[in-house]
Write a protein that binds this ligand. Structure first.
Ligand code: ZN
Length: 195
């Protein structure tokens, strides 16, 4: 079964999500929610999904960036973006700390802002402390694209969509993105949108 994706404008996407208690995390219903979030993420496919996006007011995110998703991205762009495969991660009650605030500007999309993309500045490196799905504390130290995904997903738990952080005049339709911008590196983005 796949979960329904809530779209921008729904209040669940605009509020701070609730912390998950140890009892709540152990609850089979929460464990099933996590499984269904993973299925939904993989079906789309996307690289990250936060519980509010499926209508659940809980601090849970799932992330996975499979190697096969990179096949159509030029190698040069992958390396410029610092994008490497990320194994499935389930992060509960994540707390994000910015370690290197140097901003990187690339296009981002969101399963809850269907049909659009925009250039979003994100910090270069973050550390996230969270619990895994069994309740064990985990620390993720991420740079490059993984740092971007983490910032995007933790933002969801604070009621923030990328549109609240984007370079305003870079908001474009998915069709324009796939036509002109899906292989664009920073120099083109800078020339067109960051003047
Ligand atoms: Zn999103």
């Amino acid at each position: 079964m796949l979960l329904k994706l809530f779209q921008a404008g729904h209040p669940v996407l605009a509020n701070k999500a609730q912390k998950v208690s140890p009892e709540k995390l152990r609850d089979p219903k929460t464990q099933q929610l996590i499984d269904l979030m993973i299925d939904t993420l993989r079906d789309y496919p996307g690289v990250g999904l936060a519980a509010p996006q499926v209508g659940e007011d809980l601090q849970i995110i799932v992330i996975e960036d499979k190697k096969e998703y990179h096949e159509k991205v030029p190698k040069k762009l992958l390396s410029e973006q610092g994008r490497e495969p990320v194994d499935l991660a389930v992060l509960v009650n994540p707390v994000l700390e910015i370690v290197d605030m140097t901003e990187k500007f690339y296009f981002e999309g969101c399963l809850s802002v269907d049909g659009y993309r925009a250039v979003v500045p994100r910090a270069s490196r973050v550390v996230v402390n969270a619990l895994d799905r069994t309740g064990k504390p985990v620390t993720v130290d991420a740079s490059g694209w993984y740092a971007r995904i983490l910032q995007h997903e933790v933002d969801h738990l604070n009621g923030t969509l990328y549109v609240g952080r984007m370079v305003a005049n870079s908001f474009i339709s998915e069709s324009m993105y796939s036509k002109d911008w899906n292989k664009a590196g920073f120099s083109l983005i800078k020339e067109r949108f960051l003047r």
